[in-house]
Design a protein around this ligand. Sequence first.
Ligand code: ADP
Length: 656
Amino acid sequence: MPASTDFLSTVVQLRLDTVCFGVIGTLGALACWRFLRTREAAKEMSCGWWFAAAGIVLLGVVGSERSSLRRQATLGEALSAFAPTYAREMERLGHAQLTAVTSPGDPARAAILAAARDWNALNRTLGELFTFRAGPNDQIQLIVDASVPAATGALPANSSSFRRALAGETYFDPNIIRDARGEWVRAFAPIRNATGQVEAGLVLGYPAGAWLRAIASSRMLVLGPALALLGSLLGLTAFVGITRRRYREHHETERQLHEAKIAADEASRAKSDFLAVMSHEIRTPLNAVMGFANLLGESRLDDAQRGYVATITSEGARLGSLVNDLLDLSKIEEGRLVLERLPFAPAEVAHEVLRLLQGRAQEKKIELRFEAQLAGPLLVAGDPLRFRQILVNLIDNAIKFTPQGIVTLFLQWEPGTGGMGAGELSVRVRDTGIGIPPEKIGQLFQKFMQADTSMTRRYGGTGLGLAICQRLVSIMSGQIRVESKLGQGSDFIFSIPLVPVALPPESPATEPEPLVAPVRPPRILVVDDMETNRFLLEVFLRRNGFEPALASGGEEAVRLSSHERFDAILMDLQMPDVDGYTATQRIRAAEPPGHHTVIIALTATIARGTREKCLAAGMDEHLTKPLDLRKFKQLLHKLIAGGAAPAPIALSSTGN
Ligand code: ADP
């Protein structure tokens, strides 16, 4: 038997293909399950998926076996259908006359052989054709063989198939028979004599290889699609499992992120609340310290004492500006900073800043210069205070980091380049100072960043100013950058888009005109629970031409204001007995119709919404401590001019 047929025969008979399919299917399902388990995705899949996989394996095994059996039956029927036809032809050609020893020249034998050869030639599937008869001693005797005409003798066939044919049965034997010519499966049919008795049998042999291939392919027709289906199912299982897991993880991550964001928002709110409270707590004593230091500075002192007072004042101012910087930064980073939109003249703000810093520059013998290309008096809409803050920071730094030389402020206006009718204002602050190392320039706008900490000791500072400038410029939709050469100087350049306006600016520096001729000093009620604050304000107001009265809490303020009409009340907000809001509401409730006492909140608190709360409680404005005399006078002037206070008062301009 050829090796290939041997192999095929082993595969078909032992059903190795079906077994392989079963094993591969089961291992595949297990591998898929393990794969999903290692990715922690196995539990995403219900049992249904695994039952479906097992079902496909089972159906494949059973289906292939059934298909193979059906194929064998139909093939067997088809092959054995020829045998009776040929047997009838043999009968017609006189097979009954032949014996095992009939000579090859016998005409009947020759005719039968010729016919058999024709059949062989016509039916290509036919591998062998011979007839046999029962011989002596129970032997099977070969009579005519189409392929080997001379062949005679007993056949080594004790197979039951021969006997069944001789017993008159047409029969297909699916067992593979080997002989000298090859391997066969055979169909048997009886040959009868004239009286109808079985006188011999006919064998049609078909090549076993074709038979085995037909069976194997019938199985493959089931196993192949089943394997493909199983592979797809397992692939889909893995895909669905992993996708579900990713989705769950994604969902989980999103949930965690959401929670983290809520926690971060809460932390940030807590931070700003803390900062607001701390700033209040720091500013209140600081105001007292600064106020008394100022009073002390105005008293008779020797030179050493005057030096001490100057140190207290300058360090106090530094601490105050640090608190302000921290609060500004926290406000900006929380997105709470809202820019004003007021008409202002950038050149005027620039002059004001240069005037402010002139003294510091002169101390260091630094020349301050101003150059502008604004094409006429320029008015723009924007936030003048924040613009001023940036200029103060940059020019203050320029003076601070320039041991000698010149600090120049350039302003340049380019109309119509900012989009939507806006132009672009470019500001450049140039100094001839120490410069910045190139490797530090990139980090300069980070919080608490100082180019050289050893310099800090020499020049002071906290590293917040530029961070605030950068964020303010960015909120104004502008950009800021630095050009610097170590040892030669630095240029800080920023540009912001601004819309030009036609309105004249409200000059913040203008001192209000007195409303009426002086009759009596304005009577101001100071309401504060802290004695130091009350004392400080009393001295301060008296020195500046006011007539102060004092109340140590909300209750007392309500009582005093019911007895006397004050020109204004300076109201602290947080007080232990009755707070500033409640006191104001009660004062307003008790006011006779047509009367309105100006009430101004004076507080160190700058928490969000404080001003709105004050206005809602009935106050007219809100000022922060320490009391800025100029602002206070302006405000008073505005409120009284607006018809709030009909009493004839004088706003003294002494002691600015
Ligand atoms: P501060 O001045 O309070 O330290 P800033 O944020 O304003 O904080 O500045 C950060 C650092 O940038 C400074 O410490 C200094 O090293 C550097 N710097 C800022 N402006 C100049 C300048 N004009 N010349 C040289 N270095 C500067």
